[in-house]
Design a protein around this ligand. Structure first.
Ligand code: ADP
Ligand code: MG
Length: 293
């Protein structure tokens, strides 16, 4: 290998907005046949907004927003930020929280206004035997069919509301998927979010394979499983919960807009957070390899 060709490759990469950790990375781009894409913050903007509040009959919307908003205010999750911001817009200052706990990949819990409050997936509420009424379950299902995220809220032993948070697909994602397919890669959408949301997003950007409801710690196992099937796997992610999977992948690509932990675990960083740059990166790396050989 001529070091000059590698330097040209990495220099051009920097111009395109790709940071390459080391020249040895280029080799893995040649054999990659599968690209696993994290959903939130990678395929979507990750910037969500609170769009709907559904409450049980005897429950006041303001109270739901105060309790859920206060709890989510203590979390950095994009869903939490959307709920806290939306709540503050509607009800003003939020109360203090005691005993805040983040249940990774499921939601949050803590004490607000003397009430034990849960906000998150229905699986989190189910751990405390809190189940949605049929009306709330219907509201949740309707939102999810539209590709939105429905979050359950419960306190004092009962599920009492469903909040709907909507994220939007990045305008460049569908084109990026088309280009990645053109490079011979099979895209797979990987997310901790539920199957219906994941499928709606996948359909919007042209991905057929969806692996949903994967806990953060299990994302790395999905990559291992694909590798076990003989696939050579690239993984694109942005979050702390993607770091192990990014490191396990044959080629890890971090969104430059993502967390430092994800960037640290990756071989390539896409500076602009534009998924089309993943296709640019693979194309450039392959071209650079041809020059070397
Ligand atoms: P992703 O893999 O798409 O980045 P996560 O693994 O971070 O998503 O979260 C998985 C799911 O857990 C979310 O879609 C949401 O339903 C729920 N969840 C996680 N954290 C929170 C939170 N702070 N508030 C509400 N729901 C949450
Ligand atoms: Mg993510």
């Amino acid at each position: 290998a001529t070091p000059t060709a590698l330097l040209v490759g990495t220099g051009r990469g920097a111009q395109l907005g790709i940071l390459i950790k080391g020249p040895e990375v280029l080799e893995s781009t040649r054999r990659v046949d599968t690209i696993v894409l994290d959903k939130t913050g990678t395929v979507t903007t990750g910037k969500m907004a609170l769009t709907e509040v559904h409450t049980a009959d005897d429950v006041d919307t303001t109270e739901v927003l105060r309790l859920a908003g206060a709890l989510e205010n203590a979390s950095e999750h994009p869903i939490a930020q959307a709920i806290a911001t939306g709540a503050r817009d509607k009800v003003g200052d939020l109360p203090a929280v005691e005993g805040f706990t983040n249940v990774e990949g499921l939601g949050v819990q803590g004490i607000v206004d003397g009430k034990a409050v849960l906000v998150g997936r229905t699986a989190l509420l189910a751990e405390w035997s809190q189940h949605l009424s049929s009306d709330l379950a219907a509201a949740k299902a309707a939102a999810e069919q539209q590709g939105k995220t429905a979050v359950a809220v419960g306190w004092d032993g009962q599920a009492r509301a469903v909040l709907v948070v909507a994220d939007t697909v990045k305008p460049t994602s569908a084109e990026a998927i088309r280009q990645l397919r053109g490079l011979g890669l099979t895209p797979v959408l990987l997310t901790g979010d539920n199957e219906a949301v994941a499928k709606a997003v996948a359909a919007e950007v042209g991905i057929d394979q969806v692996i949903a409801e994967v806990l953060p710690a299990d994302k790395v196992d999905v990559v291992k499983r694909l590798q076990g099937e003989g696939k050579v796997v690239a993984m694109v992610g942005d979050g702390v919960n993607d770091a192990a999977a990014l490191a396990q992948a044959d080629l890890g690509l971090a969104m430059g807009t993502g967390t430092d932990v994800a960037i640290e675990a990756s071989d390539l960083t896409l500076v602009r957070g534009d998924l089309r740059v993943a296709a640019d990166a693979i194309r450039l790396s392959r071209r650079t390899l041809r020059t070397i050989k």
